[in-house]
Ligand binder design. Structure first.
Ligand code: FCB
Length: 444
């Protein structure tokens, strides 16, 4: 056995998102996920986030739980329709007050809040005006960011504008499997552009409200892409897949331009870009948030729309059918550092779903999750040794929750939620993780 010690001050935490845990749905305005859940066939067994983990009413218990697990930071998202039920106009004092109290509770517990402003729950009222396909929505997001930052900015210093704009754009508007459920490539690319634009617009607003010690970033879902074989065709396919999943968002944020090769490939579907947009989008950020779950392996397929298809290599898989591939995290971080050189990086999500059950002795044994986390922590540690300025790590997720189109059928938590009683039971992985956080080290 050896011990891998992390840099002093490394932030260990967990991540969640408003729609997935809060519940309290009748105490806020409706969002596109409320609507999507009611669209027959879209979400597992028609489940919804109406109650979820009822975190809205139990946040004190949840903060105490995090404190007992030695967590140093907590990443959560704000529900836009809880703050602005109509998406704009009248602010709900009850809604904003909830986040105000949550932030105070975290700080009292010695836990640093990392606030995500948008984790996919757009107010339904704004969807009726076109949602993210409408350019005005970017300005409305900036207005919403200003309201939140004005209220919380004296205490919240870490801001994440968006969570996984790639997923919001493509799963929501091209594949139709996330809210709002459209299937249109051109629309998806335009939505992606508006999400990026709104990110850039919010940056100076957040800095102004949070002061000189504000840290502003964005969270992207990123996957290193591997060619199935070493052939020229497969390597080219991997480059295209990288352009689609990674560079399409990284290049605008860090280089102020869309990747030229992809721009050409998208042909007539490219988004409308107004002069000045790319400057706004590429405003300096303080950190990049990385959500990493697995790698992708692709091969060339001349008949496929972008010339590649995914392949499923032999290996170990989680309950999401995602390959367990820890070295992909190191490879990804090293590549991001080399190609884009963000000032700092955080793993803003990493974790796994397994079929966890409550044992008769009242415990939840999840050795596969412990193995998964241990291997990924070790991979992150190697990246740090290779020079990557990685500053913290948020495990997805604090507790089991509403996993989008999979409803409650996938458990990602380090804390088990008994949905019949809403009782929280730390899994064995939570105890393992608490020890990592307490000692700032992992045994391998
Ligand atoms: C990410 C999402 C997060 C969660 C995990 C499993 O794409 O950001 O909300 O669903 O996947």
């Amino acid at each position: 056995m050896s011990t891998l010690t992390f840099p002093e001050g490394f932030l260990w935490g967990t991540a969640t998102a408003s729609y997935q845990i809060e519940g309290g749905a009748d105490e806020r305005g409706p969002s596109i996920w409320d609507d999507f859940c009611r669209w027959p066939g879209k979400v597992f067994e028609g489940q919804t986030g109406d109650v979820a983990d009822d975190h809205y009413h139990r946040y004190r218990e949840d903060v105490a739980l995090m404190q007992s697990l030695h967590m140093k930071a907590y990443r959560f998202s704000i529900s836009w329709p809880r703050v602005l039920p109509e998406g704009r106009g009248a602010v709900s004092e009850v809604g904003l007050g909830f986040y105000d109290r949550l932030v105070d509770a975290l700080l009292e517990a010695g836990i640093i809040p990392f606030v995500t402003l948008y984790h996919w729950d757009l107010p339904s009222a704004l969807q009726r005006e076109g949602g993210w396909a409408a350019r005005d929505t970017a300005q409305l997001f900036a207005d919403y960011a200003a309201i939140v930052a004005k209220r919380l900015g004296d205490r919240v210093k870490h801001w994440i504008t968006h969570n996984e704009p790639w997923v919001a754009a493509f799963l929501g508007h091209m594949m139709g499997i996330h809210a709002p459920g459209w299937r249109d490539l051109g629309l998806a690319l335009q939505v992606g552009h508006h999400l990026l634009l709104s990110h850039g617009m919010a940056i100076p607003i957040l800095r102004e409200a949070s002061g000189a010690d504000a840290y502003v970033g964005i969270t992207l879902n990123l996957s290193p892409i591997y060619p199935e074989t070493d052939s020229l065709e497969d390597r080219e396919a991997a480059h295209i897949a990288d352009g689609f999943s990674n560079r399409w968002f990284l290049d605008p944020v860090f280089r102020g331009q869309y990747p030229q090769d992809m721009w050409q490939r998208f042909g007539p579907f490219v988004p409308r870009v107004v002069p000045g947009d790319m400057e706004t989008i590429s405003r300096a950020i303080d950190f990049l948030g990385v959500n990493y779950y697995t790698r992708s392996v692709v091969r060339a397929e001349p008949g496929a729309p972008l010339g590649f298809v995914g392949v499923r290599p032999e290996g170990e898989y989680t309950a999401m059918d995602w390959e367990v591939f820890p070295d992909g995290l190191r490879a990804l971080l090293v590549r991001l550092h080399k190609d884009y050189a963000p000032k700092a990086l955080y793993i803003t999500e990493n974790g796994c779903a397994y079929e966890d059950t409550l044992s008769e002795d009242g415990r939840v044994y999840d050795p596969q999750r412990i193995a998964y986390l241990r291997a990924h922590f070790a991979s992150a540690h190697r990246a740090i040794q290779e020079g990557v300025p990685l500053k913290g790590y948020f495990v997805w997720s604090l507790m089991d929750n509403f996993e989008w189109s999979f409803g409650y059928s996938r458990r990602f938590g380090i804390v088990y939620v008994d949905y019949a009683t809403l009782r929280r039971i730390p899994k064995e992985s939570a105890l393992f993780y608490a020890e990592v956080a307490r000692t700032n080290a992992v045994e391998i």
